[in-house]
Design a protein. Sequence first.
Length: 81
Amino acid sequence: MAMDAVLKQLEAKVEELVAAYGEARGREAELAAKVAALEGRLASGSALQERLTALEAQRDELGARLQKILGLIDSTLVDAD
């Protein structure tokens, strides 16, 4: 009879462990999905950063060209006086 009680306790513990393992596997799947989503956002942010850098370079180039044009206009106006 004592052996029967010990076996029932052991069986209950095994069932608890199996249930906990199932929950852990489910949680692992949830976390893997979150990691994938965050990696996607990170990659998207990286692409946006590259685009921002390109646009800033274009802005700087246009600014330099406008400065050159304004310099030419100023020198033409000074020469005309």
